[in-house]
Design a protein around this ligand. Structure first.
Ligand SMILES: Cc1cc2nc3c(=O)[nH]c(=O)nc-3n(C[C@H](O)[C@H](O)[C@H](O)COP(=O)(O)OP(=O)(O)OC[C@H]3O[C@@H](n4cnc5c(N)ncnc54)[C@H](O)[C@@H]3O)c2cc1C
Length: 161
């Protein structure tokens, strides 16, 4: 979903990523919390995460055991799987899935007010063609419209000369 689309802007092939499935929470403290000992990690976590995700992440040998019966190492392993899950993505899904493209024409090659190319005459470059990429949240559309408007205004002045 949106998280992987955002992460893909920064990821480079071969890099390992660390995923925290409970950002802002301290699972270690939750496991050690009062009254939790009789629960299983699976039971505790399914209130916080989708069941299928919990089952995929938890080590099967400790998922269904009572928390109180788990060794320190087993608890640490559970915390690492949920809050520091390490993986190397196989690759990017490419343009078919992408919502915005990283890269483009170097912004130093256009005038920042008119978006006119400083390298080629009679060329205006806006939107995604430039090396401007926003996170998800409307920034790319905003940039496309704002830069298009700036270039349009500059062109109108240019044409009126
Ligand atoms: C599935 C999807 C979801 C997205 N969701 C969001 C979002 O929620 N928020 C957000 O901010 N951004 C979103 N984006 C990104 C955003 O749509 C783009 O950043 C923005 O549309 C770029 O505007 P642009 O005018 O630079 O390029 P484009 O919108 O790609 O426009 C380029 C136009 O040029 C035309 N064209 C290409 N070649 C030629 C040619 N030779 N002659 C004539 N015409 C040509 C194309 O047909 C196209 O209409 C999304 C993108 C996708 C693909």
């Amino acid at each position: 979903g949106p998280a992987s689309l955002k992460a893909s802007l920064f990821w480079r092939p071969g890099q390992e990523v660390a995923l925290d499935f409970l950002p802002g929470s301290d699972l270690s403290a939750l496991l050690d919390g009062p009254g939790q000992g009789k629960q299983t990690p699976r039971g505790l976590l399914r209130r916080l995460l989708p069941q299928r995700l919990v089952d995929a992440l938890l080590p099967p040998e400790s998922a269904g055991r009572k928390i109180a019966e788990l060794s320190r190492a087993a608890r640490q392993q559970i915390c690492a799987r949920i809050q520091d899950f390490r993986t190397v993505p196989a690759g990017l899904a490419g343009l078919k899935k992408a919502e915005a493209c990283r890269g483009g024409v170097d912004t130093r090659q256009v005038d920042p007010y008119s978006l006119q190319s400083t390298v080629r005459e009679n060329l205006w470059i806006v939107g995604e063609l430039l090396d401007v990429t926003g996170l998800l949240g409307g920034y790319n559309l905003h940039w496309a419209w704002a830069s298009g408007m700036a270039a349009g205004r500059a062109l109108a002045l240019f044409a009126g000369k």
